[in-house]
Design a protein around this ligand. Structure first.
Ligand code: SF4
Length: 298
C-alpha cells in the first residue's frame, strides 16, 4: 500500500525498516495517487525536468522583460557578467535560478515546484548539480521524487504557500526540496538529507511575502537566487554531518507556527514590507494606471 508520510520521522523509519531508498515510497505514492504506471510516472518526471531546463535556457537566451518594467533580463546579465564573486558554478546557479523565475514572470512555461513564485529554485539547483557532478537523468529524477516527498510533508504540517505562511513557506519549501535532493543525489544518508532540510528551514524562517504591486517579480526573483544558494550551503553543511540540533519535524512545526502568527500584510497582500515602501507604492500606482489605460473603451 502506498503511504503518504505524516512527517520526516515516519518516512525515515519506513525506509529503514523496508530497506528502501528515500525516493521509492514517494514513487509508490505517485503511482497510487495518480493511478498511473511506473513508466508513466518516470516519463512525467522527465517531462517536468525538461520544462525546467528549457525555462533556464529560455531565460538565458530570450528577451525577459515584464510589462511592469521590473523584470529586465536579470538572469542574462548575471550569466554574462565579467565579474565572478565566488566561482563560475555559483554564478551559473544564481543566473539559472533568476532566468527560470523570469520566464514565469514573463508568462512563459515553468514547473510550479512547489509554486510559480518559487519556480526558479529547483531548475537552478538541479541543472547546476547535474552539470557539476555529471549525474544521469535517472539520478536527477530520483532527486525530484525526494524533493516532492519533502514538499508533501511540509504542505501537510505547515504550508507551501506565501498567502498562507509567507515567503518562508514558498521559497523556503523550494529551497528545502532542493537541499534534500542535492544530498540524496550526492550519496548522502537519509539523516543527512533531512538534516539539510532542517538547516534550510532554519535559514529561511521568518521571511515575509511582500511582492511589489502584487506582482510575483520583486523581491521574488532575487529570492529564488538566494534560496538556491541557501539550499547548496545547507547541503554542504549537512553532508559534513553537522547537526541541525533542532530535528527536522520540529523545524517544520516552527515554520507553521511562524506562518500562522504572521500578519496578513505579510502574506501576499502587497500591504507590507517592500510592497509598502514609497518606491513599491509608486510602482503599484504606475502599474494600475497602465492597466486602466489598456482597458478597452466602452
Ligand atoms: S514574496 Fe510572496 S509572491 Fe514572491 S516568491 Fe515569496 S511568497 Fe511568492
Amino acid at each position: 500500500m502506498a503511504i503518504l508520510f505524516d512527517d520526516f520521522n515516519s518516512w525515515r523509519e519506513y525506509c529503514a525498516s523496508e530497506h528502501k531508498p528515500l525516493y521509492l515510497p514517494v514513487l509508490e505514492y505517485e503511482i497510487a495517487q495518480k493511478g498511473r504506471s511506473e513508466p508513466e510516472i518516470w516519463e512525467g518526471l522527465a517531462r517536468a525536468y525538461r520544462v525546467m531546463c528549457e525555462a533556464v535556457e529560455t531565460g538565458l537566451t530570450e528577451d525577459m522583460t515584464s510589462r511592469s518594467g521590473m523584470v529586465r533580463n536579470g538572469g542574462k546579465k548575471v550569466y554574462q557578467s565579467p565579474i565572478t564573486v565566488l566561482s563560475p558554478e555559483f554564478k551559473r546557479l544564481v543566473s539559472r535560478a533568476i532566468a527560470a523565475k523570469e520566464v514565469n514572470s514573463c508568462m512563459g512555461r515553468i514547473v510550479a515546484a512547489p509554486t510559480a513564485g518559487a519556480s526558479g529554485i529547483l531548475p537552478g539547483i538541479l541543472c547546476t548539480l547535474q552539470e557539476i557532478h555529471q549525474l544521469t537523468d535517472r539520478h536527477v529524477l530520483e532527486g525530484m521524487l525526494v524533493a516532492a516527498g519533502i514538499a508533501l510533508i511540509i504542505e501537510r504540517n505547515a504550508s507551501i504557500s506565501g498567502a498562507v505562511g509567507g515567503c518562508q513557506a514558498e521559497t523556503g519549501t523550494a529551497a528545502a526540496m532542493g537541499s534534500g535532493a542535492i544530498v540524496y543525489c550526492l550519496g548522502g544518508s537519509v539523516d543527512q538529507a533531512f538534516n539539510a532540510v532542517a538547516i534550510t528551514i532554519q535559514c529561511m524562517l521568518g521571511l515575509v511575502c511582500d511582492p511589489v504591486a502584487g506582482l510575483v517579480e520583486v523581491p521574488c526573483i532575487v529570492r529564488n537566487a538566494s534560496a538556491s544558494a541557501i539550499a547548496y550551503s545547507s547541503a554542504q553543511i549537512a553532508l559534513a554531518s553537522v547537526d541541525a540540533v533542532i530535528p527536522v519535524d520540529e523545524c517544520v512545526a516552527a515554520l507553521g507556527e511562524v506562518g500562522q502568527s504572521m500578519e496578513t500584510r505579510y502574506k501576499e497582500t502587497a500591504l507590507g514590507g517592500l510592497a509598502a515602501t514609497p518606491t513599491g507604492q509608486a510602482i503599484a500606482n504606475r502599474v494600475l494606471i497602465h492597466d486602466i489605460e489598456m482597458l478597452p473603451d466602452e
